[in-house]
Design a protein around this ligand. Sequence first.
Ligand code: ARG
Length: 457
Amino acid sequence: MELWKGRFQKALDPKTNDFNSSISVDSRMYKEDIEGSIAHATMLGEAGIIEKSESEKICAGLKEIAADIESGALLIDPNAEDIHTFVEGELTARIGDAGKRLHTARSRNDQVALDVRLVLKKECASLIEQIRELLFVLCDQAEEYADTVMPGYTHLQRAQPITFGHHLMAYAEMFLRDIGRLEDAVKRMDVCPLGSGALAGTTYPLDRELSAKLLGFSAVSRNSLDGVADRDFCAEIASAISLAMVHLSRFSEEIILWCSWEFKFIELDDAFSTGSSIMPQKKNPVITELIRGKSGRVFGDLMTLLTMMKGLPLAYNKDMQEDKEAVFDAVDTLRLCLTPFIPMLKTMRVLKENMRNAAARGFINATDCADYLVAAKGLPFRDAYKITGQLVALCIDRGLTLETLPLDEYKKVCDAFDEGVYTAINLEKCVNDRKVKGGPAPENVRAAVKEIRALLG
Ligand code: ARG
């Protein structure tokens, strides 16, 4: 259907039509487009703007179209300008004149602003559900490895002892915030733009509250220009998803490191790894590499949206048609990444021995040795720090660890040392004693798991 037939003598040049059309992207909104049209038509009938009988005819026709697209009986025309045009054209072809009344007091500008919101509301709910699933897996794994000692790192240098459960729960915090950000974005976009018209509202006596209510919105948009020109919600969602991708990507990077022979802290299940076409020994953590790579395209989506919007005068501009490809890609990519990541995490084998062995090397109990001199022997921390530094240098020189350095060597550096130092630097004790709120001690990990499970409900 050519919407603007009255003013134009010719159809759009076919290649230009391809360029102009958004159907390849927005056909995924057909259900929401029809849902929006049913609400609009119902409201038009209720408000007496069109006949009730026409409104009913329109709604019945729209329902049939939805069912036919769903069943495959009706194919969406790839040459249509967009989904709005296609549905309206199909409706008029099916029910005749009543179909021509559907677009009374509506523009594709408020229509598309509505459709994208409806789609994104659903998509966000399903992403939140997926992230919740990830959180439950993280909690289970953290509980299982609540007392598995591993080295914690700063600068990728072994730093202080932590537990694997604590490390996993750090990611739980990040993903919990991701859920919060998505929920926030949904709250702000929970306004119905129908009634904004093309830009200047309408002279028809619309019942905007009714349309909003029928579509499950909690409010109507306050300003008709903003109603059609706002795409903040797309950028907010892409931004929330970008941060979720940052978290997935950092986690992936660590998994890649942990799978290497250099670390060998975990082994992924065969079902979530691939081999090499030439090197028979290889087992590659490709899922995590792909996730790390795909984070880039999601940041690109966010940049697309911000850049697309930044110079646009009010209200609608065709540039905004680019919104859907970007925001849907961000949604789809996060979903795609979470899908294998969750079972991969669930089935990974944790090599506790290797973590424990790594923890035994690298002097990660040096701070605890200094703390012992402070707590048991009353030294000022700065002096204790210096003495421990000298002991570490001595150990490196002799090829020893703080655990294997004989007491007389300790005493040569500082005669305050006694046998008690060996208890103080025992790694399990070092971890168990780090029970300050938020710390890595097993009891803290179990408490954190409990708290997060409770938050998830
Ligand atoms: N396909 C368009 C989009 O995605 C729908 C709105 C078109 N409005 C217009 N005035 N051309 O943004």
